[in-house]
Design a protein around this ligand. Structure first.
Ligand SMILES: Cc1ncc(COP(=O)(O)O)c(C=O)c1O
Length: 412
């Protein structure tokens, strides 16, 4: 395993040298979006300055080079998630677009009126609303796996929901509110017993877990570049080749066609069939650099550090009076959501922000999860490889100070 030196890692992230409200920036919002190492920023800048052009369109030198770099990134993503074939890698604008693509295109080809789609109570809105839109139009039905008090999937109920009408199961690998790591191998195996396909929303998992789409046997897997140290505007949809080949286009436009006549068109094979329009070329180059960055640090080393931070932050947070943690699953990513007696999460977020500490507050795009816990807003600390124990201690001290501010009778 590679040696992990957090102080060296911190040097990679230029933004960590900045201040917020006059205080050193403590960034605890990586579950929303990660900060970018200079390798990613530089790779995009270099591409803009030296090689920029579009891809698949022209044959002058820099266009050929751009197309080559774009294609190399597709192969790199294939290796990164251990897909069988590079044609199984579709570049999208992010996880949201990838899920909408599957809902629209797989849905149109394989899901009919009266069929069922299973999601769970812990999903991000991006993995709920696309299915609702599809079901409203096509008469399919959404079923939901409930979660328990710890924020884990109720697998016994999942088994009861599965039946021969189940066509698709779509769940998060890691839940964005609670950090729960779902047992996707089990979910996929059980769904496949009923002939249902499985889509995994890997938006949160991609920066925390080793992803092996062949090992887990996912039919679709989606993630976003901006949650794995890469840029916004690029994401990936992995789909098994035979499924993508059987799916109709999602959007029409340049590049996804084979031939176009005035009254009809024929289409490319996947993945290009699903990449209509000028793609996010520079962002794909940034994604490539982000994968290099993750691989240069090593998954194991990243994981160990983040688990140490999670343990420290959990102990510290639970030590504060009046804290209720939302999500206490046995298998958990470094995400801590909570509410605090006497302080509205938005007030807490504002106070911490004034002290240079960036945390996420609100419904976190997961209102059904929050409803399960009887809250409509909460605070979330999401830890990353560049965070330190000292930063956690500063944050916990600031939370205690905020508690005293709102409830002067509190003492710590
Ligand atoms: C679990 C999960 N799914 C989907 C998304 C949507 O990702 P994006 O906005 O990058 O498309 C997010 C973003 O926070 C997420 O956490």
């Amino acid at each position: 395993m590679k040696v992990f030196d957090v102080w060296k890692i911190r040097e990679d992230f230029p933004i960590l040298k900045k201040t917020m409200n006059g205080k050193p920036l403590i960034y605890f919002d990586s579950a929303t979006t990660t900060q970018k190492p200079h390798m990613v920023i530089e790779a995009m800048k270099r591409f803009y300055e030296e090689e920029y052009s579009s891809v698949y369109r022209a044959n002058y030198e820099i266009a050929a080079r751009a197309t080559e770099m774009y294609s190399i990134t597709r192969e790199k993503v294939q290796r990164f998630i251990n897909a069988r074939d590079e044609e199984e890698i579709v570049f999208t604008r992010g996880t949201t677009e990838a899920i909408n693509l599957v809902a629209y295109s797989f849905g149109q080809a394989f899901i009919q009126e009266g069929d069922e789609i299973i999601i769970s109570e812990m999903e991000h809105h991006s993995n709920i609303v696309p299915w609702q839109l599809f079901c409203e139009k096509h008469g399919a039905i959404i079923r939901c796996i409930p979660i328990n008090a710890q924020g884990e999937l109720c697998l016994d109920i999942f088994e009861e929901l599965l039946n021969e009408r189940t066509k698709l199961v779509s769940i998060a690998h890691i839940a964005n509110v609670m950090g729960t790591i779902n047992p996707i191998h089990t979910v996929i195996r059980k769904a496949h017993e009923y002939g249902a396909k499985v889509m995994i929303d890997g938006a949160q998992a991609v920066s925390h877990l080793l992803i092996d789409v062949q090992d887990c046997d996912a039919d679709f897997y989606a993630f976003s570049g901006h949650k794995m140290y890469g840029p916004t505007g690029v994401g990936v949809l992995y789909g098994k080749k035979e499924l993508l080949e059987a799916m109709p286009p999602f959007m029409g436009g340049g590049d996804m066609i084979d031939e176009v006549f005035i009254d009809h068109a024929t289409f490319q094979k996947p993945p290009l069939r699903f990449e209509a329009g000028t793609p996010s070329v520079v962002e794909v180059i940034g994604l490539s650099a982000a994968i290099d960055y993750i691989e240069s640090i090593g998954r194991k080393a990243m994981d160990m550090w983040q688990n140490r931070l999670l343990k420290h932050a959990t102990e510290q947070l639970l030590d504060i009076k009046g804290i209720q943690m939302i999500g206490t699953a046995a298998q958990k990513a470094p995400i801590l959501s909570f509410i605090m007696e006497g302080i509205h999460p938005l007030d807490l977020g504002t106070i911490l922000g004034l002290k240079g500490i960036a945390i996420r507050t609100g419904h976190l795009c997961a209102q059904p999860t929050l409803r399960h816990f009887g809250v409509d807003t909460l605070a979330r600390i999401a830890l990353d490889i560049f965070n330190t124990h000292e930063e956690i201690d500063i944050c916990m001290h600031a939370i205690k100070e905020a508690a005293v501010l709102f409830k002067p009778e509190m003492s710590y």
